[in-house]
Design a protein around this ligand. Structure first.
Ligand SMILES: Cc1cc2nc3c(=O)[nH]c(=O)nc-3n(C[C@H](O)[C@H](O)[C@H](O)COP(=O)(O)OP(=O)(O)OC[C@H]3O[C@@H](n4cnc5c(N)ncnc54)[C@H](O)[C@@H]3O)c2cc1C
Length: 390
């Protein structure tokens, strides 16, 4: 006789709900579940998806992932040890002050979600949720699955505002547009890209080019929206214009085959945002990742901040420290970094600034080490989280 497994029911209550299963949310869920807490992790996407990202994992990012017990070596990322900064026909190359990794978000986010589930978090996929009531406990309305009442909410829904829990302060988004595409490039270009991340500066923005797993190459760029319009308002025309004006990129992508059906795009990113909790905010809502701070993509450390905040929030919660305490701590750890990276990015938008960056990077690896120190989560803060984690 054939029996049907009973449909899984959404619990009506939970100690902690983590809303959003990106790196911040999944990372926090791993820590809480491993400590034996009852965690419900809700992720909008039903299956692995590509995300717009340069896909450069900094040393802090892979340090945190390893600390969570994720077997990164099994994911097949491409090790990155050098930077090439490109402006027109000028190229300066230097060793990075740390080792990075190129790995797609498609593979990474899925592996971390799976790891959170294996660690004991109750994972619900394909569930977009909204917050319906905040009154001591937090009520979440989960699309077509019902309502769940949580004692504590970890809000990790990424860059854009949740209608019921808007950002504070409101941060006007910059008028930029981002695109990402994976390519198969010819073998000579693939060899030339080995162990390098290339940062290509141009008048209307910048692009990052690097290898990820399986010999794929990721191109991710950020440019003025007005330039997109001037190019015809679509990706093929923008790419054509970019290749026409950037000989280096033209060489790298000559004959390249796009590997995604269409590019991923993003706009209205609130770069520079750092959460400032209003005095009357409840102590049971912890904001993580891009919900607590959005660093310019230029730094290549947004994922590091996402994991740092997720692990810090989970450790605070486990030590009985409320959201107010956590928000003061995370602000202390990331606010100056976000501000300095914004300055560096703005310098790159100004022609003499671009020349200066080229000269400075070429001068000595020490200047890069200094810039890296000023624009990433401080070592002492990372060490502290590692110690706080159970
Ligand atoms: C153009 C660009 C390039 C970048 N390049 C890099 C880089 O090279 N290196 C780097 O370290 N960082 C980079 N970043 C930054 C990095 O991508 C982010 O900082 C990081 O992804 C933030 O992680 P998160 O977990 O906060 O958010 P996300 O990764 O966005 O995850 C949020 C999750 O929440 C889910 N979600 C959203 N709303 C709901 C809802 N209502 N209910 C349920 N689930 C929901 C989403 O599906 C998603 O999975 C880049 C960013 C941009 C824009």
């Amino acid at each position: 006789m054939q029996t049907t497994a009973p449909a899984k029911m959404l619990p009506t209550t939970a100690e902690v709900v983590v809303l959003g299963g990106g790196l911040a949310g999944a990372g926090a869920a791993c820590v809480l579940a491993k400590a034996g807490r009852e965690v419900l992790l809700l992720e909008r996407e039903a299956a692995a998806t590509h995300k717009i990202c340069g896909e450069f994992l900094s040393a802090e990012t892979h340090g945190y992932l390893r600390r969570l017990g994720l077997n990164l070596d099994a994911l097949g990322g491409h090790p990155i040890s050098h930077l090439r900064l490109v402006h027109g026909r000028k190229i300066v190359a230097t060793a990075l002050p740390f080792s990075g990794l190129g790995l797609s978000r498609y593979r990474l986010d899925e592996a971390l979600l799976d790891h959170a589930s294996q660690s004991g978090a109750s994972l619900w996929r394909g569930q977009r949720a909204g917050v319906s009531e905040i009154d001591g406990s937090v009520d979440l309305e989960v699309q077509s699955a019902g309502t769940v009442s949580a004692d504590t909410l970890f809000l990790a829904t990424g860059k854009h505002d949740l209608r019921e829990l808007r950002r504070n302060p409101e941060t006007p988004p910059e008028d930029l547009v981002g695109f990402k595409m994976h390519f198969e490039v010819d073998s000579a270009q693939l060899r030339a890209l080995a162990h390098h991340v290339e940062l290509i500066l141009f008048a209307h923005g910048y692009a990052g080019l690097q290898r990820v797993e399986d010999g794929r190459v990721n191109l991710c760029l950020l440019a003025d929206r007005s330039w997109l319009k001037a190019c015809g308002g679509n990706w093929p025309d923008l790419l054509e214009e970019l290749l026409r004006t950037c000989p280096h990129l033209q060489r790298r992508l000559a004959g390249a085959i796009p590997l995604l059906p269409q590019p991923l795009s993003i706009f209205r990113v609130p770069y520079g945002f750092v959460y400032d909790p209003p005095a009357d905010k409840p102590g049971n809502i912890y904001r993580l990742g891009d919900q607590v701070g959005v660093i310019s993509s230029f730094s290549g450390d947004g994922m590091g901040i996402a994991l740092h905040s997720g692990l810090l929030a989970a450790s605070h919660y486990l030590h009985g420290l409320d959201a107010g305490h956590y928000h003061r701590r995370i602000r202390h750890d990331i606010a100056s970094q976000i501000w300095r990276t914004g300055l560096l990015y703005r310098a790159s938008r100004w022609p003499p600034g671009r020349q200066l960056l080229m000269g400075w990077t070429g001068l000595m690896p020490r200047s890069l080490r200094l810039a890296a120190r000023q624009t990433r989560v401080p070592h002492a803060a990372v060490r502290q989280v590692m110690q706080l984690m159970p």
